[in-house]
Design a protein around this ligand. Structure first.
Ligand code: ATP
Length: 143
């Protein structure tokens, strides 16, 4: 229900990044609908998540059938395949999901994500690298 914030969040891709993200959202008491095309991963996550679906998220009709259009927020956590990531963002935007977050692995990937309508683009590897650099420098100053 779109009027029901905080409400549920769709997470596409249960790799290392998407898996940790989904787990953290659950611990923050959010309902998560997770989608991954890998049946083993879906099986592995099925006890922890309220809803996990095995599906190809690039397909708009499949997403509609899963009820994704009712969600206000979605995160595309696919990294390795730029094509799958871009097509999934496009499908979510076409469905009218108002807040689409997408993971980029390069500056060009980020540009494409923004041009197909992603509302927020995130760079987990770059952000973590920067964060750890700051941690190390701070510790060198303090200890
Ligand atoms: P991570 O670094 O988070 O482990 P990765 O870059 O190694 O991710 P990816 O190939 O980006 O791995 O895939 C992340 C997850 O997204 C995988 O579990 C994969 O099965 C899933 N995935 C990839 N393409 C699709 C798709 N079209 N539909 C649904 N899930 C997908």
């Amino acid at each position: 229900d779109r009027d029901n914030e905080p409400g549920g969040i769709v997470v596409v891709g249960l790799g290392r990044f998407g898996g940790h993200l989904a787990g953290a959202l659950i611990r923050l008491d959010h309902e998560v609908l997770a989608i991954d095309r890998n049946a083993d991963l879906v099986q592995r996550w099925s006890d922890q998540l309220d809803r996990v679906a095995q599906a190809d998220a690039t397909d708009e009709d499949t997403l509609r059938q899963l009820g994704v259009a009712e969600f206000r927020r979605a995160v595309v956590a696919i990294g390795a395949s730029v094509e799958a990531s871009v097509l999934t963002v496009l499908a979510l935007v076409e469905l009218g999901v108002p807040q689409v977050w997408a993971r980029a692995t390069s500056a060009k990937h980020a540009k494409i994500l923004a041009s197909v309508g992603a509302h927020h683009v995130i760079f987990p590897e770059a952000e973590t690298g920067e964060h750890v650099a700051h941690l190390i420098v701070t510790r060198m100053l303090n200890f």
